[in-house]
Design a protein around this ligand. Structure first.
Ligand code: HEM
Length: 193
């Protein structure tokens, strides 16, 4: 492996470590009970995993060199991990409140829609994942459907910032997540240049 690849490798794994440490540290400051840790941890790590799955689409050739596996394999690994975690997140919350109502999206008023934007985000992520899985059958349309992932991750970010315990507009983890959101928006436009 060349020196250049070594640098990219350190950046990739170092970046993951920094995000993970910041999540763990922020949660440690205000731990809560085990169910709350599962709800928040699955949301924060699920978001991270889906963020990485999106970001790596901008660096397909580099990913192969850094991880040593085909891009699609690595992309799927992060996407599946993320989807499982963001399913655990509302399931655990549902368990906490003893109801399935958290799975029903609320569209009005706007403030509530944004606070609970994780609900539509969940369905959009599912649609995005299914489009990827059935891409051979969907032919060219799968790529357009797969784009809902961008909307979903931004909905999830707004939702997390508005009602999350660990994310806020002025704590370091919140600012890191906002930066992740900005990176996602940049990648969306950069890939369409
Ligand atoms: C039916 C779907 C969903 C429900 C009912 C739900 C519910 C919640 C609740 C109640 C919280 C506050 C937890 C707390 O801080 O104690 C929260 C936070 C959060 N949610 Fe969701 N959510 C859903 C979907 C999603 C999805 C799909 C994502 C995508 C990653 C997501 C990401 C987040 C994030 C990042 C936080 C902030 C966690 C924290 O600050 O510790 N949520 N969600």
């Amino acid at each position: 492996m060349t020196e250049d690849n070594d640098k990219k490798r350190s950046l990739f794994y170092g970046g993951i470590m920094v995000i993970a440490i910041m999540i763990i540290y922020t949660m440690y400051l205000n731990p809560g009970n085990i169910l709350e840790i599962v709800i928040r941890g699955s949301a924060l790590f699920g978001f991270m995993s889906l963020f990485l799955a999106i970001v790596m689409t901008e660096y397909m050739t580099e990913i192969k060199k850094i991880v040593g596996k085909p891009f699609l394999k690595v992309h799927h690994y992060f996407a599946y991990t993320g989807v499982i975690l963001i399913l655990v997140h509302p399931l655990a919350f549902s368990l906490k409140v003893g109801s399935l109502s958290p799975f029903i999206p609320v569209f009005t008023p706007l403030e509530t829609f944004l606070e609970l934007a994780g609900r539509p985000a969940l369905y959009l992520f599912m649609i995005g994942a299914l489009a990827g899985i059935y891409r051979a059958r969907l032919k060219v349309t799968w790529k357009q459907i797969h784009l809902v992932n961008y909307v979903a991750i931004l909905f999830a970010l707004i939702h997390g910032l508005l009602i999350g315990t660990d994310l806020s507009f002025n704590n370091p983890l919140g600012i890191l997540y906002i930066l992740m959101g900005i990176v996602v928006i940049y990648i969306f436009f950069d890939k369409r240049k």
